[in-house]
Write a protein that binds this ligand. Structure first.
Ligand code: 2M8
Length: 441
């Protein structure tokens, strides 16, 4: 790849991360997302590992300081220096219960995909290249994080196994990180949409972003209704199957959950804990994904609605994520590669672009609306990682080059138009910048 292009991109990525640092954490973007988000912090740490490892650890630590006693790591940790009105729904709406060592900062009661063990391991293994002081810091930080990462996994594999199949359920589309993905359409159609809620609360996102690029009002009414139901039950998970309208097993969330156990195998070995526990858990989750989320008929991974037991009809980028798992049966890894190369996703060989978030050939494919079509760098980064796990080196390199070219030409946007490559959503978006650094390194 052209070295000037790489140098330019490296510089601009590092400056986005400098600009988005907020005293002890990184914001995804200044205007649209002025707090700390959980899986963003993990992707961000992976990039900070190259330019500022101390900040990578600080960001992860700020997030885990807000971990709940039951092990859940909140999907947003609110910055007390940011006004309530700067993001909706803010801390007052979430109204999370107080607990003993509760930090000064509020949080939500939802989670996001547990990318953090993967990130912590990536930051740790790069630390030595920054010198002895960084290597020492990394060892100390890893020791602090390990029990917290284990508690996070145990919360998700224990209390969140609402279907009893050895998979974690998400209780809200926001937990997937793929908010308005068509993967949830079938399950969400049964969730009441009280549009009156939107008269009472104002959608802050529509004041700072284009409505055509965001989830709809009906989506938001459902999102709020689900939060209210979970909140009013004290964010308790017991018995959710009987009192919550949305419970879904997502192949992407669960693939990340299993990949996190594999990262914990390495971390446990460094901190003097037993790696075998994590290896066994990774294998169990992989088997559950492979058995329960794979649709033999279409040879694709789908999300499963826990309440009805049915697989979603939508073919989404989340179905490509189990490629992250080395123990996935060979024919399923091959099926993912075939799906990624098909006209539905079109690997860069055919389109010159990274894969979109949704099937290009589906009638509901929307080039602008968030997770219903646009290209996102984080899921493409995960797909490339999966390609490397399974030895698809040529495809992984093509995908890497397509991502680098796209971000270089269009900027560090939140997401990208899947036909023109134009940047959409928030500019100067942290995880796009952070993962660009990793792709260039
Ligand atoms: C988006 O989600 C938030 C809600 O959590 C929102 O729309 O306000 C998603 O893209 C999610 O994956 C991401 O973590 C978050 C912050 O970048 O924004």
């Amino acid at each position: 790849m052209h070295t000037d292009m790489s140098a330019d991109l490296w510089k601009s990525a590092a400056s986005v991360l400098d600009g988005n640092w907020a005293h002890d954490h990184m914001v995804p973007s200044r205007r649209l997302y002025p707090h700390q988000w959980s899986w963003d912090a993990a992707f961000i740490a992976i990039g900070l590992a190259y330019v500022n490892p101390t900040r990578a650890w600080r960001d992860l630590r700020s997030l885990f300081e807000a971990q709940w006693p039951d092990g859940r790591v909140p999907h947003i940790v609110f910055d007390p220096l940011t006004a309530e009105g700067d993001y909706f729904p803010g801390p007052a709406f979430w109204d999370v219960p107080a607990y003993g060592n509760r930090p000064a900062r509020g949080s939500t009661g939802l989670v996001q995909p547990p990318m953090h063990a993967i990130a912590a391991w990536e930051v740790y293994r790069r630390a030595a290249s920054h010198g002895a002081r960084c290597a020492h810091e990394a060892g100390e930080q890893l020791k602090w994080l390990y029990p917290r990462l284990v508690a996070q996994q145990e919360y998700l594999t224990g209390r969140r196994d609402t279907g009893g199949r050895g998979l974690a359920s998400i209780v809200h589309p926001w937990e997937s990180g793929l908010d308005n993905s068509p993967s949830w359409d079938a399950a969400m159609s049964g969730v009441p949409a009280d549009l009156g809620l939107l008269d009472r609360y104002r959608r802050r996102d529509l004041q700072v972003a284009d409505a055509a690029h965001r989830p709809t009002d009906v989506d938001y009414a459902r999102y709020l209704g689900l939060v209210i139901n979970y909140r009013d039950g004290g964010y308790e998970d017991a018995g959710l199957a009987h009192r919550h309208a949305f419970l879904v097993e997502c192949p992407s969330f669960n693939a990340i959950l299993a990949a996190a156990e594999l990262a914990l195998v390495h971390i446990a070995a460094v901190v003097g804990a037993d790696p075998m526990i994590h290896r066994r858990r990774a294998r169990r989750i992989t088997e559950a994904i492979s058995t329960h989320l794979y649709d033999e008929r279409t040879a694709t991974f789908r999300s499963r609605d826990v309440r009805t037991g049915t697989l979603s009809p939508a073919r989404c980028v989340s179905g490509l994520m189990p490629l992250l798992l080395p123990d996935l049966p060979r024919e399923q890894a091959e099926a993912i590669m075939a799906e990624a190369a098909s006209p539905r996703f079109g690997l860069p060989g055919t389109t010159g672009l990274p894969v979109p978030s949704y099937d290009r050939t589906a009638p509901g494919f929307d080039t602008l609306r968030y997770w219903r079509g646009p290209i996102w760098i984080n899921v493409n980064w995960l797909l490339r990682r999966g390609m490397l796990v399974h030895g698809y080196r040529g495809e992984a390199e093509d995908l890497r080059e397509a991502m680098v070219r796209l971000v270089h030409d269009s900027g560090h946007y939140e997401y990208f138009h899947p036909e023109t490559g134009a940047g959409i959503g928030a500019p100067m978006f942290s995880w796009t910048a952070a993962l660009s650094l990793d792709l260039l390194a």
